[in-house]
Design a protein around this ligand. Structure first.
Ligand SMILES: [Zn+2]
Length: 246
């Protein structure tokens, strides 16, 4: 997480203005822009630590939580309270094994559960690695706008001016899965975060779109993390039991 902080500081020092996915789609900042997207696939406590770190630096970003894998209302509420956008990381077509009617019903129900605790304006597909279904295909049959959703983090962001980078595959070099690829995205000549930091300082690229998975960044023994984690660990435990029994 200390390394991620280095990256954030380098982005700010290079003049990048952070924008959430929602902000980018509705009122993008003029000039250098960075959209930081976080897919919370596992370890919601790491997402909270990352959200706190960003908030301390004056950065707001977008966190997509799965249902039920990382649907922890205590965490989601706190991430939103820190000034970040919270969205729904849907995987309903995979869950419904390709049954579109079932999938859209599930989308509607899970989205409603999110909206009981936060204001969801954008959604993002989860690239279920074990499924042969691409969750985005749902929108070949349906329109997310009919569900009060303004944008989808792949479909609505494609074809823009942003250079897309993701930490999928434990490096930044574009060796991520096909499933996670952005259509038409360029590739940055970097592998490690140290290389990315140096590249950010000198590349001159105006728009960046970074996908960062919080579970891939170890939370150190920082006081912030420890103090913020202890008071909801019990609640996460309860939630995990609920999910396991469901
Ligand atoms: Zn995911």
């Amino acid at each position: 997480m200390a390394k991620y902080e280095e990256l954030c500081r380098a982005l700010l020092a290079a003049g990048y203005v952070p924008a959430t996915v929602y902000e980018y789609l509705t009122a993008p900042p003029a000039g250098r822009t960075v959209v930081l997207r976080h897919d919370v696939d596992r370890k919601p406590e790491n997402a909270l630590a990352m959200a706190g770190l960003e908030s301390d630096l004056g950065i707001h970003s977008t966190y997509y939580f799965r249902h039920p894998a990382t649907f922890v209302p205590e965490v989601i509420g706190r991430v939103q309270a820190l000034g970040h956008e919270v969205g729904y990381h849907y995987e309903v077509l995979a869950k419904a094994r390709g049954d579109y009617t079932k999938a859209i019903g599930l989308f509607d129900r899970e989205l409603a559960e999110f909206r009981e605790i936060c204001d969801v304006r954008t959604v993002c597909m989860h690239g279920s690695p074990l499924s042969r279904y691409d969750n985005r295909d749902l929108w070949k049959e349906y329109d997310f706008r009919d569900y009060g959703v303004l944008g989808e983090a792949y479909l609505s962001m494609a074809g823009g001016d942003l250079l897309y980078l993701t930490d999928t595959g434990r490096n930044w070099g574009g060796k991520h899965s096909i499933r996670d690829a952005m259509p038409g995205a360029g590739v940055a000549p970097v592998e490690t975060t140290d290389e990315l930091v140096r590249w950010v300082e000198s590349s001159g690229v105006e728009g960046l779109y970074l996908t960062v998975h919080p579970e891939r960044w170890a939370v150190g023994e920082g006081e912030w993390a420890i103090s913020s984690l202890t008071d909801f660990t019990v609640n996460i435990g309860k939630r995990v039991l609920q999910v396991m029994r469901a």
